[in-house]
Design a protein around this ligand. Structure first.
Ligand code: 5GP
Length: 190
């Protein structure tokens, strides 16, 4: 059985990653599993524990770091986020492909360990589009919104530096971006 491939999928908060991602994880031929990260941030309305994230305490997270349980982990807007290693290895051994939806510093860590990972970055057409989407999403208070916009600007800069990502998709409108992403995944996986 051939081993599965690893996809690292990134983009700033509010760019529409979740909506776009569903168009590829729902295609059975892609055999693409979503890696459920651990996070210490509070659960949002509509999120389900162990589906969107494993919601854990800082103590649980730090214990897992000490036990070397993460493929990568990072601190983002005062919370910890990390990719548990065991499910990634298990999926790839089973011949499944796996998708990590993580921020840019985590992507850098993954590439040092798995250099042939397929990397994709979703860009907004303009930074104001992010601000509008994040405000209307209403999951952030003002302070966190500004923090996320600042991080987004840095992330976009970093992603564009030194060809850190193989593929970029600009999410001008969802239908076009969905098709682009689906075509890209098809060419990488099938
Ligand atoms: P959110 O709080 O909006 O769900 O996620 C904030 C950021 O953390 C997003 O860019 C998301 O992709 C990223 N993220 C989610 N899980 C992980 C992870 O396991 N590791 C890293 N490095 N980033 C993550």
């Amino acid at each position: 059985m051939s081993k599965g491939k690893l996809i690292v999928y990134s983009g700033p908060s509010g760019v529409g990653k979740g909506t776009l991602r569903e168009t590829i994880t729902s295609v059975p031929e892609f055999k693409l599993k979503f890696s459920v990260s651990w996070t210490t941030r509070p659960i949002r309305e509509g999120e389900v524990d162990s589906v969107h994230y494993h919601f854990v305490t800082k103590e649980q997270f730090k214990k897992a770091i000490a036990q070397d349980k993460f493929l990568e982990w990072e601190k983002y807007a005062d919370n910890y986020y990390g990719t548990p290693l065991a499910p990634v290895l298990e999926a790839m051994e089973n011949g499944d492909n796996i998708l990590l939806e993580i921020e840019v510093k985590g992507q850098k860590q993954v590439l040092t360990k798995i250099p042939d990972a397929i990397t994709i970055f979703i860009l907004p057409p303009h930074i104001d589009v992010l601000r509008n989407r994040l405000s209307s999403r209403n999951t952030e208070n003002e302070l966190t919104l500004e923090t996320r916009i600042n991080i987004a600007e840095l992330e976009i800069e970093e992603a564009k530096e030194n060809n850190r990502y193989k593929h970029f998709i600009v999410n001008v409108d969802f239908e076009t971006a969905k098709k682009e992403l689906r075509d890209l995944i098809e060419s990488e996986l099938l």
